[in-house]
Design a protein around this ligand. Structure first.
Ligand code: PLP
Length: 450
């Protein structure tokens, strides 16, 4: 195996930063101006975490491409970290939004579109009843509430390294067997050990120990981890998860926000999972803020009385703009014309080609890395073997190397997802785009080992 030359990382980083600064004078000026009115110079703090000394300000996103304010054009493999995974501004959604926007944006009344989306979500995901939310964070928050209501238990169970949005209970780590706040967690409301038990993914013994006291309301999990690289479940893990959650009276919430990359009904449909609740958001309306959660007949029966009670406007579920007419119109157009079998049939072979491009480069250059694909989501990581859980992933993460790979890609016209080496294939991505990435990836790796 070929070791990475560590001296090369800082040498290449200095060179690439100069290239970046030269190509982005307008972004630099905007960032300077923004610092006097926006906290950290960006509308949301994590936007400073992109590769490069300052963020690239975008001007336009269309299909699989983004153009920045300096006129640089990028093949976008980040795609709004899944929010735009089916392409920027798909025509069908733009048309639906334009049509609805002049007919009322938010009216506090249901529209016919909401009935259509409810029926379609049931058909795709196999759960009978759906509610709309604005973000996947909200869908998770509301689902946890329902689980607590149904079970009359307080604790929730998550896996180490999970990400389910800014849900307080989930911003936790497992440290020496104990639940602790995640290092970046700003102002945690209570000690998270009070609300949350954390286990490692793919560890069935740990799962049973965590559930056995019979005090866990719900297990909230992605069916495959996607926020610490891509970590696939071991064979049999989902069977055990379902069996044990049932055995100990814990509801199973499957978060499909990222794993919708597996197909039109997410991992759940592809692998015939039977959760009690499903949550998802991000690309559901092509990036217009919409999310949804679906529940089983059992959960519905248990919560219906409360849902219909007089106090339900202050139930902790939803908000004033939730389920608004514009959002639901965008969701309908997305389900009808964008998140389709036809589009997945186009995207999947390209995702396999993308994976092969990386795998071949790793093999031929001898770098001790690996690549994993989950549907149309692909990620490479700097260890020879895939980590089996969040703890193993964190222990092996090489942030310095990652930043350099991202900056080298950006300077050559490719945007990778910040925080990890993740790429998404959209219906607009072409074989040419995929091969372009393979060339850039190979060139970067060769410079690192050279
Ligand atoms: C699996 C998963 N669930 C939920 C969320 C939260 O999504 P949002 O930030 O849109 O609320 C994320 C965000 O990355 C996620 O990765």
């Amino acid at each position: 195996m070929m070791a990475i030359n560590r001296n090369k990382i800082s040498e290449l980083m200095a060179r690439e930063e100069k290239v970046f600064v030269k190509a982005h004078p307008k972004s630099k000026a905007l960032f300077k101006r923004a610092k006097s009115s926006l906290l950290a110079g960006v509308p949301m703090n994590w936007m400073v975490r992109w590769a490069g000394p300052y963020p690239v300000f975008s001007k336009e996103g269309k299909g699989a491409y983004i153009t920045d304010v300096d006129g640089n054009r990028y093949l976008d493999l980040c795609l709004g970290d899944t929010g735009s995974m089916f392409g920027h501004s798909p025509k069908a959604v733009v048309d639906a939004v334009n049509k609805q926007i002049s007919k009322g944006i938010t009216m506090m009344l249901p529209t016919e579109d909401s009935v259509w989306v409810g029926e379609e979500m049931s058909r795709r995901f196999g759960l009978p009843y759906w509610q709309i939310a604005m973000t996947a964070t909200d869908a998770n928050r509301f689902s946890i509430r329902l689980a607590r209501e149904v079970t009359r238990r307080k604790l929730i169970l998550v896996v180490n390294g999970c990400y389910h949005g800014t849900v307080d209970e989930t911003l936790v780590n497992l440290q020496n067997g104990v639940t602790v706040p995640r290092s970046g967690n700003i102002g945690p409301p209570v000690d998270p050990a009070v609300t949350t038990r954390v286990i490692e993914f793919n560890d069935i013994d740990m799962l049973e120990k965590a559930l056995a006291p019979g005090d866990v309301a719900c297990a909230l999990m992605e069916p495959a981890m996607t926020n610490r690289g891509i970590i696939l479940p071991d064979p049999g893990y989902h069977d055990a998860l379902r069996e044990l959650t049932k055995k100990y009276g814990t509801l199973l919430i499957i978060d499909e926000t990222h794993t919708i990359c597996c197909g039109i009904g997410g991992y759940t449909r592809e692998h015939k999972l039977k959760p009690d609740i499903i949550t998802l958001g991000k690309p559901l309306a092509s990036g217009v803020p919409v999310a949804a959660f679906g529940i089983s007949q059992y959960v519905a029966d248990k919560v219906m009385e409360r849902i219909l009670s007089d106090g339900t406007d202050e139930s902790g579920l939803g908000g004033t703009l939730t389920g608004n007419a514009l959002a639901v119109a965008a969701m309908r157009a997305t389900l009808q014309k964008v998140i389709t079998q036809q589009n997945f049939a186009k995207m999947l072979p390209l995702a396999k080609r993308f994976e092969k491009g990386i795998a071949d480069t790793i093999k031929e250059t001898g770098v001790p890395w690996h690549v994993v694909r989950l549907g149309v989501r692909i990620e490479y990581h700097n260890t020879p073997n895939p980590p089996r859980n969040g703890g193993e992933y964190e222990a092996s993460k090489d942030s310095e190397l990652e930043k350099l790979m991202h900056l080298m890609a950006l300077n050559r016209g490719i945007l990778l997802t910040p925080f990890h080496n993740m790429a998404l294939i959209s219906p607009y991505t072409t074989a040419r785009d995929v091969d372009f990435h393979t060339r850039v990836f190979r060139e970067s790796v060769e410079q690192l080992v050279g």
